[in-house]
Design a binder for this molecule. Structure first.
Ligand SMILES: [Zn+2]
Length: 82
């Protein structure tokens, strides 16, 4: 991940989170043992997203099917406003 580019784009907070081992989306600590498979780990290395957020984005009932927020502690405050 190119930090300079991310910072230039105004993602300082997200970069910080990733460096702290926090998911940039839900701000929860990343738990490596949470990842289901290599694909998830790969995705984490690209986006820094935790398994739960990956599920939210890419999984069934994903972002575009809006997962139930209560059960996962999924927060939407970091969702980019279109
Ligand atoms: Zn997350």
């Amino acid at each position: 991940m190119n930090k300079r580019i991310l910072e230039a784009l105004g993602f300082e907070e997200e970069v910080q989170n990733v460096e702290l081992g926090l998911c940039p989306f839900c701000n929860q600590p990343i738990r490596v043992d949470e990842f289901k498979d290599e694909l998830s780990i790969k995705e984490y290395k690209i986006s820094g997203l935790c398994q739960r957020c990956q599920d939210g984005f890419f999984g069934e009932g994903g972002i575009l099917g809006i997962p139930p927020e209560s059960s996962t502690g999924f927060h939407y405050h970091h969702l980019p406003v279109p």
